[in-house]
Design a protein around this ligand. Sequence first.
Ligand SMILES: [Zn+2]
Ligand SMILES: [Zn+2]
Length: 132
Amino acid sequence: MRQKRTPAQEKILAALRECPEAVSAQYLHRYLHDRHENFGLATIYRALDRLKLQGMVQGLTLPNGETVYSARMHNIHHLTCLQCGTSFPLPECPLHGLGERLAGEFKFDIYYHTLEFFGLCDRCHAPESQAP
Ligand SMILES: [Zn+2]
Ligand SMILES: [Zn+2]
């Protein structure tokens, strides 16, 4: 979806690009306020939603349910332990060009992907749970 951005969207995108890591909408609200850019929280959420559709912003839901936003698109690959909640990032993308293939096949603009495997990590494997 290619669209002209509103001034509010431009400012919010610029602010997000200045943040070294993903931040919440509330954080952005405060950040812009400190720079004398007063946008309501609803405006910020609306702008973030539009920017997501344009592939300019990625929203990530944290394990605590909070959503944070980043102007950098991250492909995410990890193993997540259901017991301790630790996420182990994979050293490389195991998909090997699958995204490009799907994009062509389905005429789909792919912005990023996530791949998450769930189970128990080495530390959380209780010996009794491995009994036959
Ligand atoms: Zn674990
Ligand atoms: Zn990947």
